[in-house]
Design a protein around this ligand. Structure first.
Ligand code: 5AD
Ligand code: SF4
Length: 556
């Protein structure tokens, strides 16, 4: 079974079957809206109605297909094959899509050949991610059976009509804010016409949809808390494909986390493009009304945001729901780590001491043209502050190799930052120019491909050295591991899980010395185990298990 926490942008995921959530009812509404779907005015007019509605999926109808009645939106048992590429947000979005289509009478199949409908959740972050989708679409085109093919997500948003023109076998194109409309879009496609909805919304958070988890048996779950991004880093396509930042109401997040806790989920990851700039403005919080939560010194391209329920308050409330549930979050921006958040992480044993702090570059000139809003010095002083409060925190980061104007010296600054911070893990990417980004309009993609490749490799080598050093420091130390998987590639009798810092640990699933009850001797997913580390590579740790425990006991 694929580990969701290991998903890198651009990877195609294994498809899992899941139970259909019965909690979503299907309702319908008709309105006069353009062919591509509802426009911004429509959403603004509907904003208050959206706040009020609960647990309803509301497909919309257009004038041109008003002869289709809501009954036609029913899947009537048609089989859907789901394929997801990209980040964890995409995984969660596909769970939302599955939930909605399940409620609309579609059933899931794990056989692409058998499917009546193939849906691809796509990523646009780099050109390579889109190339994979084009390749996949060519493969589908050569299949003999006539299937409805839908392209969903960021690439649908970015490439839009061109997908329908370029790939003759695509029938449906739906952007990240148009999933409620899928039953209608599929019904239109069922009549032999193409259907497209790529309108972005100011308020869509799918707050009322219970995602159908990809792996219902797993003790891990993703909880989407906000969508979109207002940061406008100059290299990044995300603000254009996923739209403006908006936060899901805190009450619906807490309700989902409570339900997951009742279902036995042991680890949740709060998700958002800019997760720690969460701010639920549907709730008023008087004492916070005047305060922003940006780290002093860090700049933003937008006016400081104030009021509402902030990430600090959300994290506080989420972490109190189930003290045995580990809480992680991704992907944050360094500017949104006020010290109060760091103190809360210190004080709550179930909030993992692992922080993703994407630096992107270690050079001031490059950080400036990237529009990141901080200097190397400011970033390093934040790292220092964090480590003063959380001495054992595992820090991870993203870096881009070969951004516009990057000199050899600037590249070396990034390598030296990796060494200076001593990350436990880094994601490194060669820069890929994206159309319509600020960099595309104002900068020159002037680092030759082979230089980008070499610098990318050098960054990877630097972080692997750091990761190895970090992991070797754990030798002979005790850790609390949450078992996530039984059986590994090498051994069916092994189990694997993660430390609080997020590093993978593998060990034999054997009787623990302290266990007396025969029926409990096998470790299962969701068990917390005290282990002692006895081996380290740059990627994983190996260990000897001691005893099963609970999170509260371990930290008491
Ligand atoms: N080229 C390469 N990497 C990119 N990222 C975002 N946009 C680009 C791009 N155009 C990387 C950043 C971000 C991560 C999710 O993807 O490092 O943090
Ligand atoms: Fe892209 Fe920057 Fe927003 Fe991250 S913070 S999604 S890199 S624009």
């Amino acid at each position: 079974m694929k580990k969701l926490l290991e998903i890198l942008p651009g990877k195609i995921l294994a498809i899992q079957t899941a139970r259909c959530s019965s909690s979503n009812a299907v309702a319908s509404t008709t309105s006069s809206i353009p062919k591509d779907g509802p426009g911004l005015d429509h959403f603004i007019a509907k904003a208050s109605a959206t706040q009020r509605r609960s647990l309803k999926i509301m497909p919309t109808a257009t004038d041109s297909d008003s002869y289709l009645s809501p009954e036609d939106y029913h899947g009537r048992g048609r089989k859907v094959f789901y394929m997801t590429t990209g980040c964890q947000m995409n995984v969660n979005d596909m769970e939302i899509v599955r939930s909605m289509l399940c409620s609309s009478g579609y059933i899931e199949t794990v056989s692409k050949v058998d499917a009546d409908v193939i849906l691809l959740m796509t990523c646009s972050i780099r050109e390579g991610a889109e190339e994979k989708i084009w390749k996949e679409l060519r493969k589908i085109r050569s299949a003999s059976k006539r299937q409805i093919v839908g392209v969903l997500g960021c690439m649908a948003e970015r490439v839009r009509h061109k997908i329908l023109e370029k790939s003759k076998n695509v029938d449906v194109v739906a952007g990240p804010d148009a999933y409620r409309d899928l039953p209608r879009l599929l019904a239109v496609a069922g009549t032999g016409r193409n259907a497209i909805n790529v309108q972005l919304s100011l308020d869509e958070t799918y707050a009322d949809v219970s995602p159908v988890r990809m792996d219902a048996e797993s003790k891990n779950a993703f909880v989407s808390i906000m969508r979109g991004c207002d940061n406008m880093c100059t290299y990044c396509i995300v603000p254009l494909t996923r739209g403006r930042e908006r936060s899901r109401p805190v009450s619906s997040i807490l309700e989902e986390v409570r339900r997951l806790s009742e279902d036995g989920v042991k680890q949740i990851t709060l998700l958002g493009q800019n997760v720690n700039s969460y701010r639920d403005l549907s709730e008023t919080s008087f004492h916070l009304a005047a305060s922003t939560s940006t780290v002093p010194g860090f700049r933003t391209v937008y006016k400081p945001k104030t009021g509402g329920v902030t990430f600090l308050s959300l994290l506080d409330q989420v972490s109190r729901i189930d003290p045995e549930m580990r809480i992680r979050f991704t992907s944050p921006h360094p500017k949104d780590f006020p010290m109060e958040v760091i103190h809360l992480i210190r004080d709550r044993p179930n909030i993992c001491k692992q922080l993703h702090m994407p630096a992107q570059s270690g050079n001031d000139a490059i950080l400036e043209v990237m529009g990141r809003g901080y200097t190397r010095e400011l970033y390093l002083s934040l790292v220092d502050d964090v480590r003063t409060v959380l001495p054992d925190v595992a820090l991870t980061s993203d870096f881009i190799a070969g951004f516009c104007g990057e000199t050899e010296d600037a590249h070396r600054d990034t390598i030296s930052l990796i060494h200076e911070v001593q990350y436990s893990f880094c994601y490194v990417f060669p820069y890929s120019m994206r159309e319509k980004t600020k960099a595309n309009y104002h900068l020159v993609d002037d680092v030759p491909e082979e230089v980008k490749r070499r610098r990318h490799e050098e960054l990877a080598t630097a972080f692997r050295e750091q990761a190895l050093a970090w992991n070797q420091k754990q030798m002979d130390r005790e850790h609390l591991v949450l078992i996530e998987e039984k059986g590994t590639k090498r051994s069916q009798t092994a189990v694997s899980g993660r430390t609080d810092g997020g590093v993978k640990v593998i060990f034999e699933n054997r009787v623990l010395p302290s266990e007396v009850n025969e029926s409990e001797k096998e470790l299962v997913t969701g068990d917390y185990v005290r282990v002692k580390i006895n081996g380290a590579t740059s990627q994983t740790l190996s260990a000897v298990p001691f005893s099963r425990t609970t999170l509260m006991k371990y930290y008491s």
